[in-house]
Design a protein around this ligand. Sequence first.
Ligand code: GDP
Ligand code: IMO
Ligand code: MG
Length: 430
Amino acid sequence: MPAVVIIGAQWGDEGKGKATDLLAEHIEYVVKFNGGNNAGHTVVIGNEKYALHLLPSGILTPGVIPVISNGVVIDLEVLFHEIDALNARGIDTSRLRVSANAHVITPYHVTIDKTTERFLGKRAIGTTGRGIGPTYADKINRVGIRIQDLFDVSILRQKVEGALVQKNQLLTKVYNRASIRVDEVVAELLTYAERLRPMVADTALELHEALQAGKNVLFEGGQATMLDVDHGTYPFVTSSNATAGGASTGSGIGPREFKTVIGIVKAYTTRVGAGPFPTELFDAWGEQLRATGHEYGTTTGRPRRCGWYDAPIARYSARINGLTDFVLTKLDVLTGIKEIPVCVAYEVDGKRVDEVPVSQSDFHHAKPVYEMFPGWDEDISTCRTFDELPKNAQDYVVALEKLSGCRISAIGVGPARDAIIVRHDMLEAK
Ligand code: GDP
Ligand code: IMO
Ligand code: MG
């Protein structure tokens, strides 16, 4: 400790919410540093199931201070809706801190996201339609609206006006849509300002001070390595840095603070939306993984594409993120499969390739090279130690560990909070 990062090691939905929940009792701050309400984390606590999108899942642990830092894009309607829903279920959200520098998703970003996808036709990314890409585009293009702008009405108006000059041309002349009125956008954003005011903070400073005071801070990544705008399967990615480096730029905490970097990886692979996916299954095995693993999106309800474990992707994630540990989730979903294929390398144009190819065209037609591992039939969902797992399940985990470039420190064996086997203390001093 004290700064710990959790990131997705595949294409998202690896069970990051559960891993956060596992560590949360040792944590004083939990920080969402990238993405927005494109994320969907399902956390099961006792008989209660929570679906979170914008708020970090660590908010479910009493006493933890949740932080939305500068790297996040915020839809304020969603933020307050999520806060109200948690409050109605008795969860305290009063300590939430929101960065003054985070960018705001406005209704025009959502409109442009959806309309652009429609115009892309066959080339569509399959976005979540939450306005994520257009909001980050405006940030990089320096025409974004930040949380702090809500507290200076004349600046807010100028910025919305500036942003809409081009966008209304695009909407009316290219997309044949109605133009958006500055007054309406400003009025809507201002309805949130007073409720937001007490939460707004210099979160980079607060987190720095917390770390200086020896507090434990968990940085919870949204999306995943293969959806990272720089290191993922571009253009079939999200628009933020979902890799460990994003925790630094997305929060204002220098890279020397991050000692523990945990990658969450499923015992197989899923992906939502378009883009390459070498181990994708189009047969009954894919159906089985989807049904057994309940692989339907938390955010959009879309069926997730399913495939076998891809070790080159795990190795790539270990390298790009500088992982110290993997948490392997959903091992229970593989129960009952006689022989489990694991992709150990690819074949590209007749040649064996051991690493994720840098050329996207090569990755698009990379064929998985499989090794087969014997499966198990026993129900593993009640196992709480590694030794209790059937021998073949143990061997499967050890094989993945060897292939994936980093130790596997915990293993998920069911959706429940306690359905996890801990092999190594991930928070030990490094
Ligand atoms: P996130 O986006 O990475 O937080 O993951 P999601 O919440 O979108 O998807 C992971 C799903 O898997 C959730 O419904 C979890 O409750 C569930 N889950 C997490 N760990 C396990 C596990 O070890 N076994 C099973 N069967 N389900 C799990
Ligand atoms: P969590 O945090 C899985 C995918 C979308 C689409 C692409 C771009 O739950 O793991 P965007 O709306 O971000 O512009 O969409 O990224 N995507 C996710 N897939 N899990 C997520 O989040 C995702 N967030 C975005 O499906 O392919
Ligand atoms: Mg998810």
